[in-house]
Design a protein around this ligand. Structure first.
Ligand code: UD1
Ligand code: UDP
Length: 369
């Protein structure tokens, strides 16, 4: 039987790989897990919820780490593990430093790489930075490609990837969000985030993109101040621990009576907050995908997106990072009931919740021939 090794390191990779790892284990695939812990606290929150205990933990995170520091620490720590385990396939997800390093380290050992969530592109190497280049390079290194949608598969075909090595699976993040949302609905999971004012519309905010650091993040905060002046809304903003986010957000928004700045929320709480939200305001990749699956409109505080399917379907709107544009777009959505109905009517653009099972089957049939 094929031996599989998952390599990942950040919160979104953990959320999107958890259903895949659990599925592999349930179906008896030999499954090892190596976390780089590029994220520490954010990663551990997810591992705990899905009860995943890694076989290897590289524990590389340092406060305020640079891209080069993370890359070199992950590369040095991964190689002995690959040498010792010598798996038949390494699985990586998405476009982080851990994704790219996992693929490169495996390639150096001539171990085939399967890339989950392959083929997302903006076409601009600096948006998002450095993720666009991380995913391009991971594509070059991979043997099997699992794009979430037909549009992401087309991106791979345009780059000359062999169609026989490409299968559209849906995004595994949708498996995760539906799994949690269904259990919240049934009362099998509960959120302990209780301090919400039910008389006001909830706007859930997240922001962490590197290309927005500095002026972009300050503009974005000013846009939030414009929204928070309304009395019919409340903003909840789980603040990403990156110091480039924390500092401007706390300085510009700290103490505002209508903006609740809170720590990053455990995934169960966050899914519950999304369900209870009127709209989502974010620059996150994962939240862009989850919003439509929960019937929530998403306003995207970026200039381009690698997830255009939601824009075409009408669930997502790009609003940039200019303060006036953010405030105006949120006001428009709050005040135009028809627009709101249209944006929240779109469902499951990025997957049907069955992606993990498809990937398990594909790996089994590829390596157990
Ligand atoms: C990383 C990914 C980005 C992904 C994001 C998800 C890269 C280059 N970037 O960005 O693609 O969208 O994660 O959140 O891979 N920190 C903590 N505790 C944590 C996590 C981070 O304190 O649990 C702080 C540390 O000071 C750390 C800093 O955040 O040095 C930056 O973390 P890093 O993983 O380098 O980048 P992110 O901005 O989180
Ligand atoms: N998320 C979470 N708690 C939070 C904020 C986000 O669990 O406080 C989840 C969210 O539901 C999504 C993922 O984290 O599944 C997105 O992570 P992030 O925005 O950090 O990364 P990206 O998706 O942009 O790479």
């Amino acid at each position: 039987m094929a031996k599989t090794l998952f390599i990942f390191g950040t919160r979104p990779e953990a959320i999107k790989l958890a259903p895949v790892i659990l599925h592999f284990r349930e179906t008896g695939l030999d499954t090892r897990v190596c976390v780089t812990a590029q994220h520490r606290g954010l990663l551990d929150q997810v591992l705990e919820i899905f009860r995943i205990v890694p076989d290897y933990d590289l524990n590389v995170m340092t406060p305020g780490q640079s891209l080069a520091q993370t890359t070199s620490r992950v590369m040095a720590a991964l190689d002995p593990i690959l040498q010792a385990e010598n798996p038949n396939v390494v699985l990586v997800q998405g476009d982080t430093t851990s994704t790219f390093c996992g693929a490169l380290a495996a390639f150096y050992r001539r171990i085939p790489v399967a890339h989950i969530e392959a083929g997302l592109r903006t076409g601009d190497p600096y948006q998002p930075f450095p993720e666009e280049i991380n995913r391009l390079l991971t594509t070059r290194l991979a043997t099997l490609h699992f794009p979430p949608t037909q549009a992401s598969a087309e991106n791979l075909f345009r780059e000359g990837i062999d169609p026989n090595r490409v299968t559209v699976t849906g995004n595994t993040g949708i498996d995760a969000v539906l799994w949690v949302a269904q259990r919240l609905e049934a009362g099998a999971l509960v959120s302990d985030f209780t301090h919400l004012d039910s008389s006001r519309k909830l706007i859930l905010v997240t922001a962490h993109r590197r290309e927005s650091f500095g002026q972009g993040m300050e503009d974005l905060c000013r846009g939030l101040l414009g929204i928070a002046a309304r009395q019919d809304v409340q903003l909840v903003f789980p603040v990403h621990p990156n110091p480039n986010v924390r500092e401007p957000v706390n300085r510009l928004l700290g103490g505002h009576p209508n903006i609740m700045l809170v720590d990053p929320q455990p995934y169960v709480n966050f899914v519950d907050l999304m369900r209870r939200s009127y709209l989502l305001l974010t620059d996150s990749g994962g939240v862009q995908e989850e919003g439509p699956s929960l019937g929530k409109p998403v306003l995207v505080m970026r200039n381009v997106t690698e997830r255009p399917e939601g824009v075409y379907a009408g669930a997502l709107k790009l609003v940039g990072t200019a303060a006036h544009q953010i405030t105006a777009s949120v006001n428009q959505l709050l005040d135009d009931a028809d627009l709101y109905r249209r944006m929240s009517a779109v469902h499951n653009v990025y997957g049907d919740g069955q992606a993990a099972g498809r990937i398990a089957e594909l790996i089994r049939s590829f390596f157990d021939k």
